[in-house]
Design a protein around this ligand. Structure first.
Ligand SMILES: [Zn+2]
Length: 115
């Protein structure tokens, strides 16, 4: 009789363990929605840096690297955002830009002023 009870308790204990493990993974792994929101925030930060660059130099850079090396990246894979620009190749400054997270989130942020 007591052996049956201890077997049942052991079974319950195992399931509780599995459940706790599952919940721990759920809590430590950010949801895709949260990662996408963070990605959007990071892109806005890069866009703000680009707008600041424009205020100082009167145009956008032609490479993201011209802003410095510690730019926010996509939180999903840590990849730097793709940078596209238009206009002004002779001056070394662009007149508009787009930043996109092409791999995970398909998000895009563009310049406030367009040519
Ligand atoms: Zn992303």
């Amino acid at each position: 009789m007591s052996r049956t009870i201890s077997k049942i308790l052991l079974g319950i204990g195992a399931w509780v363990g599995v459940l706790i493990g599952y919940l721990a993974i759920q809590m430590t792994t950010p949801s895709p929605e949260k990662t996408a929101a963070k990605c959007g925030e990071n892109m806005k930060k890069v866009a703000q840096s680009l707008e600041k660059y424009k205020q100082e130099k009167n145009g956008y850079p032609m490479r993201l690297g011209q802003l410095g090396s510690d730019l926010p990246t996509c939180p999903f894979n840590g990849e730097q955002y793709s940078y596209g620009y238009a206009g002004g190749s002779s001056s070394g400054l662009a007149s508009s830009f787009t930043i996109s997270c092409a791999t995970a989130h398909k998000l895009e942020v563009g310049s406030t002023s367009r040519p």
